[in-house]
Ligand binder design. Structure first.
Ligand code: BG6
Length: 514
């Protein structure tokens, strides 16, 4: 292979955004997330020449896995899940700098072994490396890992310099307010807040980042983005899949902890927050926290602001699928919700009186995540009240996935001699405009952590503000057990209660085809 055929990464011509020479340590390296998302993301960053040439990888896990086996498995995972084609020449370079450390997450000796491995990597690099720890284990060992990184001195390595250690913490960040507060204090005992990167992968999605641009780079929206013009907002994060093989995790979590408390609340915050003073991480996160703290406490009980339900047997993609209680690892009397719908009211001058409806669930009719802003329909005006005109409220739909894009629904005259109107769609699709091979959320987020950009990560007070809202609701459901838990057929759009939540206000969910 000639020098010109060689990938820039291999010739040291990385176009990374100032990333320091880095060693990424993945805790939970033999887990599902590492296989499907983290290793492929790192590989794609290398392919895109976004990582520094001095990039080292250490897998850490409980299972004893020889280095060679870790490398072979990682190559298989990358070949299977990476968005870019697997290139053996690039992989060979990565695997030369990849190794594995086995040990218990709470065993100090394992962290000594990790230190030796890092020292070997630094010796090979001939320079000190920035350490980026990715905590991708079950949440039960998050605290043990943070404490041991602190005790072993790894957390404080190169503090105050560009090579300062960083820690990325996966979700779930706590399971209620008290546990999130404890986890935050364990993190604060061992790291400084600027070193802590609480991840919510929805923030790494291109469409979610584009929300800020669409809202604040297009001045036509700002005058309309308030209670005078917006009737209500619907945020849907619907999945077609069931719990699959993740029953053990999911049954302790449920839709509200798994999706609403984090992903959909982030969508809400970005949709409804005030314009930040600047694009700096702190200004954006300040505005998100303010917004989350302005949400009215949820009204609990029947007729309140929340509906929960579990899927029963039904049809998904034309196939008969079992109900939740018949899924693997789910207790026959489980009260875990696989669907949650909420009505949120934001108590500030911009949004007073505008309902924000949010829903998320598994085994729904279609995989779709979207934010729909429904504008008010004026009661008077040139065409209002005339039965010949079929006027619909204007609607802006930001589709997060799939078929990423934005649609604006307008009224238009139907050509012809009859005075008729019909709704039409102005539509922008990412795939048509930009092509479809855009970076995955984890690529963006891992790179941001490596270069120390916290904009797309959750701050400690942000996660607590969200848990403050959800904890009373989750506690009330825990004490009610299955009482009040609704059911919906797999493959449907959810339970009747979710329709009633909107129906009482004269609204209806925007389901497929509507
Ligand atoms: C994860 C949840 O955070 O997000 C999963 O734990 C869910 O249950 C997933 O399936 C959805 O992510 P995406 O990117 O496929 O919408």
């Amino acid at each position: 292979m000639s020098e010109t055929d060689r990938h820039p990464f291999l010739t040291g011509l990385s176009k990374h955004r100032g990333a320091q020479p880095t060693c990424v340590v993945i805790f939970g390296a033999s887990g599902d997330l590492a296989a499907r998302k983290l290793l492929p993301a790192l590989y794609n960053l290398v392919v895109d020449s976004l990582l520094p040439a001095d990039f080292h990888l250490v897998g850490f896990g409980r299972k004893a896995v020889p280095d060679a086996e870790f490398r072979v498995q990682a190559a298989k995972d990358i070949a299977r899940f990476s968005r870019r084609e697997f290139r053996p020449d690039i992989w060979r370079h990565i695997e030369d700098h990849a190794s594995y450390v086995a040990g218990g997450y709470d065993e100090p000796a394992a962290y000594e072994a990790l230190k030796r491995r890092i020292a070997a990597a630094e010796k090979a690099a001939g320079r000190p490396l920035q350490l980026v720890f990715y905590v991708s284990t079950p949440p039960t060992v998050f605290e043990a890992i943070l404490e041991n990184l602190g005790r072993s001195g790894l957390a404080a390595r190169n503090l105050g310099t560009p090579l300062e250690s960083k820690v990325i913490i996966e979700k779930p960040f706590g399971r209620d307010l008290a546990s999130a507060v404890t986890l935050n204090s364990v993190a604060a005992r061992n790291f400084r807040e600027p070193q802590v990167f609480r991840i919510d992968h929805y923030l790494g999605k291109e469409t979610v980042q584009d929300l800020l641009v669409q809202r604040f780079a297009n001045p036509m929206f700002e005058p309309l983005w308030n209670r005078h013009h917006v009737d209500h907002v619907q945020i849907t994060v619907a999945e077609e899949l069931g719990v699959g093989s993740r029953g053990g995790y999911y049954d302790h979590s449920g839709a509200t902890r798994d999706m609403l408390q984090n992903h959909t609340m982030q969508l809400l915050a970005l949709t409804a927050m005030e314009q930040p003073r600047s694009l700096s991480a702190e200004h954006i996160r300040d505005e998100k926290v303010k917004l989350l703290e302005s949400v009215r406490p949820l009204r609990l009980g029947a007729g309140g602001d929340a509906v929960r339900a579990q899927y029963s047997e039904g049809l998904s993609g034309g196939e008969k699928v079992p109900g939740y209680l018949a899924e693997k690892d789910i207790p026959a009397d489980s009260a875990t919700e696989t669907f949650c719908a909420l009505r949120l009211m934001i108590e500030n001058s911009r949004w007073a009186g505008v309902p924000f409806y949010m829903r998320s669930g598994k085994r729904l009719a279609r995989r779709v995540s979207e934010i729909a802003i429904q504008f008010k329909q004026p009661e008077s005006g040139l065409f209002a009240g005339d039965a010949r005109y079929d006027l619909v409220p204007n609607r802006l739909v930001i589709q997060i996935q799939p078929d990423e894009g934005t649609t604006l629904v307008l009224n238009s005259k139907v050509p012809g001699l009859e005075p008729r109107t019909q709704p039409v769609r102005l539509s922008f699709r990412y795939a048509t405009t930009y092509g479809s091979n855009t970076p995955e959320a984890y690529e963006r987020l891992i790179l941001d952590a490596i270069v120390g950009d916290r904009t797309l990560f959750i701050r400690g007070d942000e996660t607590e503000a969200s848990w403050r809202l959800f904890t009373p609701l989750l506690d009330s459901w825990a004490s009610a057990g299955r009482s009040g838990l609704e059911s919906y057929a797999a493959g449907s759009w959810g339970p009747a209660g979710a329709d009633a939540l909107l129906g009482t206000h004269g609204h209806a969910w925007r389901n497929a085809g509507r």
